[in-house]
Design a protein around this ligand. Structure first.
Ligand code: ZN
Length: 401
């Protein structure tokens, strides 16, 4: 990862071997004891303990098990936040890891244990930087619960997370999500991010309800423009398509629906993910026509959950910073949203300028695919130290204005 050629800037966040070992141990501890959305008590306590140990001011119980820590600089400046999500996925893990999940039905298959370790690492190195007088402004570290339920960001915002940090408020926010890029690289997606989601339900009655429901499902599927890759080649093709400006997935609809039928009645449940968000109104109208043709009752689960859109300037600035510190090969630029996952960081980006960046955790030679939610998700833990080093200097630079 080009340690020898790293310029001064990256030294702000240097992660020495002892700290890297501690962060990897923390990640494995979290991995062994994953906690589902809303139940992150143990994780939150561990995070708070580590941050207090680093000398930071810590607030717990923000929007459930949310934890917020601030690093105060010695001179005035801006307030920049970094958000890490902490919850696990409601599924079992494939056996094999020597730090495998010890909880039934919960596993860190979305890499939030890595995000949390990066957040704690940032707390440690930024506290040191502040003590050396190298931080102007303030950095706020936000550890968010219940991302998988798309509930934690809303709960923290409703609980005033943006003012917990102090009177002046937060000027800008950044986050990572791990992904299938090589370890030692990041991806930025200025103007893109992750789609939102719109859930629907179509109810039919009558002797032929099952047949009409099947026609509704078929019509819904025809609205989709992208499908989940079914082979390694398809995955590679998608990755290439996402890095081409105005490529085939610059706008898309991903959808699925299933039918539950009994004699005389049938219920179709499904969802749309679409880019951009303006597409949902059109999809609702198109589905409305399908339901009318099928003489069915159509309902939606509230308003669509919004897509996560990275602000352009903060996204570009992070890419520039990482290029400057680690070289051009360390940064990939995405020109489309990744269709298969959503992110409730969307709500922070509705409130503040900022961006999420993809932190590469893949290492195919070691069998680590870095694909979030994949049943065989594996991550190269060197991404933790790299993630801290890449982000720490950037946060310091942004906070100094
Ligand atoms: Zn995730």
């Amino acid at each position: 990862m080009g340690t020898e050629t790293r310029p001064e800037r990256a030294d702000v966040g240097r992660v020495e071997e002892a700290l890297e070992n501690e962060l990897v141990a923390l990640r494995r501890e979290l991995h062994r004891h994953p906690e589902l959305a809303g139940n992150e008590a143990r994780t939150a306590a561990l995070v708070a303990e580590r941050l207090r140990g680093a000398g930071l001011t810590v607030t717990t119980g923000v929007g459930g098990h949310g934890v917020v820590a601030t690093v105060e600089g010695s001179e005035p400046g801006r307030t920049i936040a970094f958000r890490a999500d902490v919850d696990a996925v409601p599924t079992d893990e494939r056996p094999g890891l020597d730090f495998a999940s010890e909880a039934l039905g919960a596993a860190h298959l979305c890499g939030h244990d890595l995000h949390t370790a990066v957040g704690v690492g940032l707390g440690v190195v930024l506290a040191r930087a502040a003590a050396r007088g190298e931080l102007a402004g303030r950095v706020v570290l936000i550890f968010q619960p219940a991302e998988e339920a798309l509930a934690g960001a809303r709960a923290m915002l409703d609980d005033g997370v943006l003012s917990v940090a102090g009177g002046a408020g937060i000027d800008e926010i950044h986050a990572y999500h791990c992904g299938p890029l090589p370890v030692g690289a990041v991806a930025v997606g200025p103007g893109y991010g992750f789609p939102g989601i719109d859930w629907f339900r179509v109810e039919l009655t009558g002797d032929d309800a099952a047949a009409r429901a099947a026609a509704v499902v078929a019509a819904v599927r025809r609205l989709g423009t992208v499908g989940f890759p079914d082979s390694d080649e398809a995955f590679e093709r998608l990755a290439e398509e996402l890095s081409v400006p105005d490529g085939p997935h610059a706008t898309f609809v991903l959808t699925d629906a299933d039918v539950d039928d009994r004699p005389g009645t049938a219920v179709v449940r499904g969802w749309f993910r679409a880019w951009p968000d303006s597409r949902y109104a059109e999809l609702r109208a198109e589905l409305g026509a399908v339901a009318r043709d099928a003489d069915a009752r159509l309902t939606f689960d509230g308003e669509p959950f919004p897509g996560m859109v990275n602000a352009v300037e903060p996204s570009v600035a992070f890419g520039d910073h990482v290029r400057g510190a680690f070289g051009d090969a360390a940064v990939e630029v995405l020109h489309a949203a990744y269709p298969f996952n959503g992110e409730d960081f969307a709500l922070f980006l509705h409130a503040l300028p900022g961006a999420m960046h993809i932190l590469g955790v893949a290492n195919p030679a070691e069998g680590l695919n870095g694909v979030p939610h994949h049943p065989g998700f594996g991550a190269d833990e060197r991404a933790i130290a790299f993630g801290v080093e890449a982000m720490a200097g950037f946060l310091v630079a942004r906070a100094s204005g």
